[in-house]
Design a protein around this ligand. Structure first.
Ligand code: A3P
Length: 301
C-alpha cells in the first residue's frame, strides 16, 4: 500500500527515477553561474522555486504581468533528477538563458561532480522533520483511495528509519549543512521556519548570495515586499493556474499546496480508529526525533 521506494547509493527514491538520477549524475555539465535549488520533497520546494525565480528575473517581468501568475512554480524551474533526465534521456541544456535555474532532490554527496567542482550556487531549503513528515504523509495519501490512507504509524516508522522520498532525512540535511560551512559562498542553507518568520531578511540574504543584491532604489520601491507577496502561500493558492491542471511531471498542481504553515504537525487529524493512542505514540517519537536533530546540528556547527 505504501509508495514504493528503492535505494540508490543510500538515497531513497522511486524506482522510476533511478535511470534519471544516473544520467543526471553522469552527464550534467554545470555552468559556473548555474543556480541549483536542493530540497527534500515537502520541505517547501515550490516556494523556493517561486522566490528564486522571481529574485533572479526581477528586472525582466512586471509584477502585474508575471510568469508566476500564469505558470506553476514547478514548470518555471525544472527538476534535473526527476524531470529533465527522466528515463535516462540526456537533454540539451546548453542554450538555456543564463543563469540556468534548476532543482534537485538529491543529497549533497550525490550531486554531479561537475556541479561541486564548478562555481555554481546551491540553495538548500530544510524544514522541521515533523512538518515535513506530515506534509509527506498527506501528499502520498493523495495517490491512494481516500478510504485507504497509509496508516500513520507505518508511514512514520519508515520515515524514522530513513525510508522516505529523498531520505534518509538526516543525511540529506547534514550533507548540505556541512557543505554550507565548508563552501559558504557556494552553498546557502535556509530553514523553512525562518523564511516564514522573516522573509525580508532571508530574501535579502538569498539575493546577496546569488550576486543579485537589492539596490537602495529597489528597497525604496518595496521590491522585496512585492516578491514576498507574489510568492506567498495565500497569493499562489489564489491563482487559477495553481488550482487546476498538472505540473509537467504529471502531478496535480494543487497537491503542492496544502496549509503552508509551521507547526501543522501538531494539529493534523489521523483518520484511524485508535486515534488518541496512536497520536501519542507518534508525537512522542516525533518529538524525540526533533530533539536529536537539534543536537546533531549543534554538534556539527
Ligand atoms: P504543507 O503540506 O505542510 O502545507 P514541496 O514544495 O517541497 O513539495 O513542499 C510542499 C509544502 O510546502 C506543503 O506544506 C505546501 O503547502 C508548502 N508550500 C507550498 N507553497 C508554499 C508557499 N508559497 N509558502 C509556504 N509554504 C508553501
Amino acid at each position: 500500500k505504501n509508495i514504493h521506494l528503492t535505494q540508490y547509493q543510500g538515497h531513497w527514491t522511486s524506482p522510476q527515477h533511478i535511470a534519471a538520477v544516473m544520467a543526471f549524475r553522469e552527464h550534467f555539465e554545470s555552468h559556473s553561474d548555474d543556480i541549483i535549488l536542493t530540497t527534500q520533497p515537502k520541505s517547501g520546494t515550490t516556494w523556493l522555486k517561486a522566490l528564486t525565480f522571481t529574485v533572479t528575473n526581477r528586472n525582466l517581468h512586471d509584477f502585474d504581468n508575471h510568469p508566476l501568475l500564469k505558470t506553476n512554480p514547478h514548470d518555471l524551474v525544472p527538476f534535473l533528477d526527476i524531470e529533465l533526465y527522466a528515463n535516462g534521456h540526456i537533454p540539451d541544456l546548453t542554450n538555456l538563458p543564463s543563469p540556468r535555474l534548476f532543482a534537485s532532490h538529491l543529497p549533497y554527496n550525490l550531486l554531479p561532480t561537475s556541479m561541486i567542482k564548478s562555481d555554481c550556487r546551491i540553495i538548500y531549503l530544510c524544514r522541521n522533520p515533523k512538518d515535513t513528515f506530515v506534509s509527506m504523509w498527506k501528499f502520498n495519501n493523495k495517490f491512494l483511495p481516500e478510504d485507504a490512507p497509509v496508516p500513520i504509524q507505518e508511514a512514520f516508522e519508515l520515515f524514522y528509519k530513513g525510508i522516505t522520498p529523498g531520505g534518509p532525512f538526516w543525511e540529506h540535511v547534514l550533507g548540505h549543512w556541512k557543505a554550507s560551512f565548508k563552501r559558504p559562498e557556494r552553498v546557502l542553507f535556509i530553514k523553512y521556519e525562518e523564511l516564514k518568520e522573516d522573509p525580508t531578511f532571508h530574501l535579502r540574504r538569498l539575493a546577496e548570495f546569488l550576486g543579485y543584491p537589492f539596490s537602495l532604489e529597489e528597497e525604496r520601491r518595496g521590491i522585496i515586499e512585492k516578491i514576498q507577496r507574489l510568492c506567498s502561500f495565500e497569493n499562489l493558492t489564489s491563482l487559477d493556474v495553481n488550482k487546476s491542471g498538472n505540473t509537467r511531471i504529471g502531478i496535480k498542481t494543487e497537491n503542492y499546496f496544502r496549509r503552508g504553515v509551521v507547526g501543522d504537525w501538531s494539529k493534523f487529524e489521523i483518520a484511524i480508529d485508535e486515534q488518541p493512542r496512536v497520536k501519542k505514540w507518534v508525537f512522542d517519537k516525533i518529538c524525540q526525533f526533533w530533539k536529536n536533530w537539534k543536537s546533531k546540528l549543534k554538534q556539527t556547527h
